[in-house]
Design a protein around this ligand. Structure first.
Ligand SMILES: *[C@@H]1O[C@H](CO)[C@@H](O)[C@H](O)[C@H]1NC(C)=O
Length: 261
């Protein structure tokens, strides 16, 4: 956004300068007005879309299907610019501070749960080809991308992953991906730098009809019944974090591109 703004700013002043140098009747005033109006509209879109994104991240907009058309450039700028990275780093850092503050029991039952898609592995390369959430989600097309096992790591999550492991947490990966995608999921995770998880839990045949919140709650309930203590949970969707048998602390990663019920 900085470059187009700067450009508008410069063109605004060059118009003013032209106006002063030459006959002020040659360049009609409305030209200048148009430029300022453009800048205001730009600001208004920025404001509206920031407000929309706040609603998304706070789970006030629930459910939503695609990003608003007028926010297409805004979401793209957010995802590709520094803001998304900064937000990811903040979540990872805060989670790390919390993890370090805990005294683990040492019995191997203290666990941290991570979601996989857009929590550990980034689907930004896929969404870059699909309007950053502007297109209605196409599961078949998305699965073809998943099967390639090429998703890069979300670096701040990899940092947290290594940190909690170093502290002695057992790591559980809980994903809405299907059991049939287990081998490519493992391959992708390992290639992206994730190793030594305790369990990778995918959707079995009995889980396919379940909403993500229900599936994940059911799986967390099994963990608790097995005596595990879920002390931390990281996910980019509220459905990773809410429901029953919630973690002592949940960490919501930013994701303005899509919403999973
Ligand atoms: C986690 O939450 C449970 C249930 O509320 C509580 O008993 C336990 O003390 C909490 N553990 C930590 C480490 O905060």
């Amino acid at each position: 956004m900085i470059i187009p703004r700067l450009f508008l700013f410069i063109s605004f002043f060059s118009l003013v300068l032209c106006n002063e140098k030459f006959n002020s009747h040659v360049l009609p005033r409305p030209l200048i007005l148009e430029t300022t109006q453009l800048r205001e509209l730009d600001n208004e879109v920025q404001l509206q879309c920031t407000s929309w994104r706040f609603g998304v991240e706070a789970n006030n907009l629930n459910p939503w299907k695609t990003i608003p058309l007028e926010c297409a450039d805004y979401v793209k700028d957010y995802m590709l610019g520094r803001a998304y990275r900064l937000d990811l780093e903040r979540v990872s850092n805060e989670a790390g501070i919390y993890a370090k503050s805990l005294e683990l029991s040492g019995d191997g039952k203290d666990i941290w749960v991570f979601d996989v898609d857009d929590t550990l592995l980034s689907h930004l390369p896929y969404y870059a080809d699909h309007g950053y959430g502007l297109e209605i989600f196409d599961p078949a097309e998305f699965n073809r991308w998943v099967d390639k096992a090429l998703a890069p790591a979300i670096e701040p999550s990899l940092k947290l992953y290594k940190e909690v492991m170093g502290l002695g947490f057992k790591v559980f990966l809980l994903t809405g991906r299907s059991e049939s995608q287990r081998s490519m999921t493992e391959e992708n995770l390992i290639n992206a730098g994730f190793q030594n998880w305790e369990k990778l839990i995918l959707r079995g045949s009995e889980d396919h009809a379940k909403l993500a919140t229900v599936f994940k709650s059911d799986k967390r309930s099994e963990m608790v019944k097995e005596g595990y203590r879920i002390l931390g949970n990281s996910g980019d969707q509220w459905s990773d974090l809410l429901g029953s048998f919630m973690s002592n602390r949940s960490f919501k990663l930013p994701n303005p591109m899509y919403f999973i019920v």
